[in-house]
Design a protein around this ligand. Structure first.
Ligand code: SAH
Length: 395
């Protein structure tokens, strides 16, 4: 075994790890080795001394995130191998094309790299660390990204100010680790988007709605579309291309509305079908005339960031969806989403069911949506499923 600190599990606590679940909970551990620091690479063993895996140590309920179930050195060649595997999947999904260069290259546990997210926008990769261990590996990861064959990454922007645990006191700085700013216009299914990784939310764009946006396009012809919680206006731009009669984009953030307008102008300059408004969603729906829209998208931010907020979140989804059911035109289509990981598919569906029942309208589910193929779910880590959506036909 390589020379690193060893965590010993309590007796019998290896069951989920033997089934390749990558998290070691603090309650499963019998010792904290002396001299260990948060972010260190450590080994994990069973009570009887059987090797389990190597991973990053972190203070909190998840003590170790397993990076490899083999006794591997966590160095540049480890990251190079994992990144290459991640890229191979994206290539086989044909996400790297002349008309599409925005996609998620690394989706944490889904790409066997717990704590790491990498989104690619053309020649720029935006890296987010969610664990101290990945924070310490950031330079190695950045170099490995630029050395990937079959992918030309010239700039690596590190953006972890809001994703790392505050208590770790790492004081991460958002900065370019390689290169610098060049074009921030990326292509998604032939549409152009300004990606603001410097000031925008997450990595600057919600790549996770790409497939659902494409589906929305196919429903948009001649419809009057309301894109609620529009952020960069992704759904709006697709609705415009799909032949919508009218598109209204709403977000409470003025910055988001400016981004949406810029993205509409980039693809459909001087097109008067589109209007963008900075307003609160609930207020807008309250004041909206009944029947004004026959295609509504509700894609709110995560209402439950943690389990403790679950009840309030479910009430929030119900309240929001009830307003849409009350106002949508007969024959209308509602795309409704939850990106809260703490809310299960069944719980979300039940909240939407309650909202539908409240409206007394006939409602049918015509599609059930999830996260796209570049956000894979490690089958041994079902917690990786977070995006849930329903497409509903409302009479
Ligand atoms: N649908 C978007 C992503 C939505 S992110 C896409 O496809 O890219 C959630 C957005 O909701 C954020 O832009 C945030 O500013 C906005 N938001 C949060 N609370 C809001 C509220 N009460 N009313 C309107 N918008 C809100």
């Amino acid at each position: 075994m390589k020379n690193r600190a060893v965590f010993t599990l309590r007796r019998g606590k290896e069951e989920s790890l033997d089934r390749f679940h990558p998290w070691v909970f603090s309650g499963a551990i019998s010792n904290i080795p002396t001299g260990i620091e948060e972010g260190d690479v450590v080994a994990v063993e069973t009570f009887d001394g059987r090797f389990i895996g190597v991973g990053h140590y972190q203070i909190g309920s998840i003590a170790v995130r397993i990076l490899d179930f083999n006794d591997t050195e966590i160095d540049k060649s480890f990251f190079a191998k994992r990144l290459k595997e991640a890229l191979t999947l994206r290539k086989s999904l044909r996400l790297d094309r002349f008309d599409n260069n925005a996609y998620r290259l690394v989706h944490g546990e889904g790409d066997f790299l717990p704590g790491l997210v990498v989104d690619v926008y053309g020649k720029t990769a935006v890296v987010q660390a969610h664990s101290p261990g990945m924070h310490y590996c950031r330079d190695v990861i950045a170099i490995a990204l630029t050395e990937l064959e079959d992918l030309e990454i010239a700039n690596v922007y590190y953006k972890s100010e809001t994703t790392l645990p505050y208590k770790a006191r790492l004081d991460p700085v958002n900065e370019y680790l390689v290169g610098g700013f060049d074009s921030n216009i990326a292509k998604e299914n032939g549409l152009l988007f300004h990606i603001d990784w410097l000031k925008g939310q997450k990595t600057g764009f919600f790549v996770d709605q790409r497939e659902n946006r494409a589906l929305l396009e196919s429903f948009s012809a001649n419809r009057s579309v309301l894109n609620m919680f529009c952020y960069t206006g992704g759904f709006s731009v697709y609705a415009m291309r799909g032949g919508a009669r009218k598109v209204v984009s709403v977000d409470s953030s003025a910055k988001a509305i400016a981004l949406t307008s810029a993205n509409i102008n980039l693809n459909f300059p001087d097109d008067t079908r589109h209007k963008a408004l900075a307003e609160d969603a609930f207020k807008y729906l309250d004041n909206m005339a009944s029947g004004e829209h026959d295609l509504i998208i509700l894609d709110p931010p995560a209402f439950a960031k943690h389990r403790s907020a679950l009840r309030n979140a479910l009430r929030g989804y119900q309240r929001l969806n009830a307003k849409a059911f009350e106002k949508i035109a007969p024959g209308g289509i509602l795309f409704t989403f939850s990106c809260s990981q703490a809310v299960s598919r069944e719980q979300f569906r039940l909240a939407v069911f309650s909202a539908a029942a409240q409206s007394q309208r006939r409602v049918r589910i015509i599609k059930q949506l999830t996260q796209p193929s570049d956000h894979p779910i490690n089958i041994y880590h079902p917690e990786g499923e977070y995006l849930k959506g329903l497409v509903l036909y409302v009479e």
